[in-house]
Design a protein around this ligand. Structure first.
Ligand code: LLP
Length: 428
């Protein structure tokens, strides 16, 4: 079984991340842990940037995909801005050195406090998703010297043909405003002194492997831009969202040149500058979740490989039935494979990383690598079953660093507080 990813090659039968052995890392930091390749992140960033070279485009990395400070700093150094969806993400982006003017604040509904904070740090753009949100922003910006740049996120009612839980551009989804409502909202925004409505934003979903839905959505957006301009609203900018998918199952991934071609064909003659908000594309392939087999047991109907990573560490298989390749860190001598479920120790039947997967023989103590885990992995983890948040390691060539240490039990349990009244009159 070869590694599907070039920055995770086998060397002398042991999987590496770039120039560092995952087995050696497991000895140093313990399991489970996330391991990220800086080279993959940089390569993906450059591929995206190259595809849009010649079009006036800014890449605002979608922080939600992987918000570790080291990852954000890496993208900041490559010149990326950030797409954030909460005050927390905004603070993370600023802390990592991403300039405020290169940050887009998206999100289905920002609180007044979050909008106020964003204004206070001089945010580059706020993407408004409802009339109510626009009114709050109007109130907060009234009387300010400098108007805030605003995009209105529209819901184009286009099916992205991805998993229902990560489809965002259908009429029944909670995101954005209907296309037919956009002109009147833009007109209202244009009359608000603190607001400069200069952009239309659209994002139809995540993990798109087919480019046709982009074509459909961007066509609707381009028509809206023309309509708005005729109505005297000078749209100068487009925010075309994220969503480009990655080949978890070895599918043929979308060709970025084709994607850029669609953008150029549909939006090229609008004279708008562009923002993209890729998350998954930049980091998914850069990450592996490394775990150790606790025990292999023959269940009643299935062979179960029970290892020390669980749904609280990587929720995607449980939540979306997502597929992640699972490979042995040490290549098996014998090639024969048997079907197994790869499960964790959490007390839920839904706690699995892979179901009915052909696996080489593995035994207690063996290391496994769950691939394509760099996006929506660590960020979606929890401490369910009082399991500690696991370490993240960043590799760059032969260098590596723990970029988030394993949480301690003291830190985890120490967050709780017992009220005095539970101690009053206690026996003993
Ligand atoms: N922009 C907006 C407004 C978004 O809502 C998202 C993702 C992105 C950009 C980045 O999309 P990407 O390039 O990463 O596809 N937890 C799910 C994915 C949720 C995506 C939500 N929005 C998963 O693990 O598949």
């Amino acid at each position: 079984m070869p590694s599907p990813l070039s920055d995770f090659p086998y060397r002398d039968g042991v999987m590496q991340c770039e120039g560092v052995s995952l087995a050696a890392l497991a000895e140093s930091v313990g399991t489970p842990f996330y391991c990220y390749s800086a080279a993959t992140m940089a390569r993906q960033y450059h591929a995206f940037a190259r595809a849009f070279a010649g079009q006036e485009a800014r890449i605002c990395y979608a922080v939600k995909a992987n918000s570790n400070q080291a990852v954000l700093r890496l993208f900041a150094r490559l010149g990326a801005g950030a797409d954030v969806v909460s005050e927390g993400e905004l603070r993370r982006a600023l802390a990592a050195g991403i300039p405020a003017e290169h940050i887009v604040f998206s999100g289905v509904a920002k609180t007044e406090a979050e909008l106020g904070y964003a204004l206070s740090i001089g945010i580059g753009q706020i993407n408004i998703e409802s009339a109510g949100e626009l009114d709050v922003l109007a109130r907060l910006t009234a009387g300010r010297d400098r108007p805030v740049r605003v995009a209105l996120r529209v819901n184009p009612d286009v099916d992205a043909k991805t998993h229902p839980k990560i489809t965002t551009g259908k009429a029944e989804n909670k995101f954005g405003v209907a296309l037919h409502e956009a002109p009147s909202l833009f007109a209202r925004a244009a009359a608000m002194p603190g607001i400069e409505p200069v952009s239309v934003a659209v994002h139809i979903g995540s993990q798109l492997l087919d480019l046709a839905p982009y074509d459909a959505a961007f066509t609707k957006v381009a028509a809206l831009v023309r309509q708005l301009r005729e109505a005297g609203i000078p749209i100068r900018h487009l925010d075309l969202g994220g969503g480009v998918g990655v080949p978890y199952r070895g599918e043929l991934p979308p060709d970025l040149a084709d994607y850029a071609g669609i953008v150029r064909r549909i939006c090229g003659n609008l004279g708008c500058s562009l923002t993209f908000e890729p998350g998954r594309f930049l980091v998914a392939e850069a990450g592996a979740l490394v775990s150790r087999v606790i025990v292999v047991k023959q269940g009643v109907t299935r062979r179960l490989v029970i290892q020390d990573a669980a749904m609280n560490d990587l929720l995607r298989p449980t939540l979306y039935e997502a597929y992640h390749p699972v490979l042995p860190v040490r290549k098996a001598d014998r090639a024969e494979e048997a079907i197994a479920d790869i499960v964790g120790p959490v007390c839920e039947t839904g706690d699995y990383l892979a179901v009915a997967r052909p696996m080489p023989p593995v035994a207690t103590g063996d290391l496994l690598a769950v691939m394509f885990a760099g996006a929506y992995g660590a960020v979606m983890s929890s401490t369910y079953n009082t399991r500690r948040l696991i370490p993240e390691v960043l590799v760059d060539g032969t260098r590596w660093a723990v970029v988030r240490p394993r949480q301690s039990y003291e830190e985890l349990i120490g967050l709780d507080r017992v009220p005095d009244w539970l101690d009053e009159g206690a026996a003993g």
